[in-house]
Design a protein around this ligand. Structure first.
Ligand SMILES: [Zn+2]
Length: 288
């Protein structure tokens, strides 16, 4: 009997030692940053799948289960994950630590920020992950939280953070050089996802097709956008892979310009610099 109890105790302690931090992340770009920090030292899953928009997402029952078992939930915050509060409550997970990466960041205010019919005024624009420099700060926050969950492996996480920040530096320099060759600095975006990227690199949003995702532009908004397109000599406007592009096509046809696709939410298993580069290449094609 004693032997069995001893064996069981050994088994349990081994299981505890080997347990990796269980991390759930709301969106793919934050997932990719998290994976860059943890490597294989944590189990990381993403909630909003590639191809879906966090603005129109509704969670699946299985995802509630993974949240119920998680140690850490990483999200953008500022109202982006309008579905998260309910979900965290429903998971019944009282030990769940939540990292909202926009906390403590100076956010761009949005006059109206409507998700699924609920207004989140004053919460600020949540798309901080699209600015590489802010992504570096996000990575620092993630390293801190993951290391709190798994202090023994802090050196590993710190090493990965340093590697990530080096890559960010290269990316940032590349974009700074790239925008110098832009023929136009003004752009028409599909929804206000790129505000942090634009202010980082001296670009200017002169029109937004959907001021809030899913909200079609009024005739007045459409004619304002067309006026801006003509004023600045814009030849290409942007739609997005996760949202219906119809309004962009209508405007493009009226104004006689092209539509190219930006992707603010990225592909899982992609790396963060590659994700930004892919978008920047689309901007180059449109604006250079
Ligand atoms: Zn968005």
């Amino acid at each position: 009997m004693k032997k069995i109890v001893f064996a069981l105790a050994m088994l349990l302690s081994a299981a505890t030692l080997a347990a990796k931090p269980q991390v759930v992340v709301s969106i793919v770009p934050l997932y990719n940053i998290t994976k860059a920090i943890t490597g294989d030292m944590a189990d990381v899953t993403v909630m909003v799948p590639p191809g879906a928009s966090p603005h129109t997402f509704s969670p699946k029952p299985g995802q509630l289960k993974s949240l119920a078992k998680a140690d850490l939930f990483i999200m953008a915050g500022a109202g982006l994950e309008f579905w998260a509060d309910k979900m965290v409550k429903a998971s019944g997970n009282r030990k769940l630590k939540i990292l909202s990466v926009t906390d403590g960041m100076a956010l761009v205010n949005e006059e109206e920020h409507v998700h699924d019919g609920h207004e989140h005024t004053g919460s600020g624009n949540p798309h901080v992950w699209l600015d590489p420099v802010l992504a570096g700060r996000i990575a620092e926050k993630i390293e801190t939280e993951v290391s709190l969950q798994d202090p023994a492996n802090k050196p590993h996480y710190l090493k990965n953070l340093a590697i990530f920040k080096k890559k960010i530096k290269v990316l940032d320099a590349e974009i700074k050089t790239g925008v110098k060759k832009f023929r136009v600095k003004e752009l028409v975006s599909f929804h206000p996802a790129w505000v942090y990227f634009e202010s980082r690199y001296g670009l200017k949003e002169v029109g937004v097709i959907q001021t809030s995702p899913g909200k079609e532009p009024s005739p007045k908004q459409i004619s304002d956008i067309i006026e801006q397109i003509k004023k600045y000599g814009i030849t290409t406007i942007f739609a997005e892979s996760q949202l219906p592009r119809k309004a962009a096509d209508v405007i493009a046809k009226e104004a006689g310009v092209k539509v190219l696709i930006l992707d603010p939410n990225g592909a899982a298993d992609g790396d963060y610099p590659g994700f930004i580069r892919k978008n920047f290449n689309v901007m180059k094609e449109a604006m250079q």
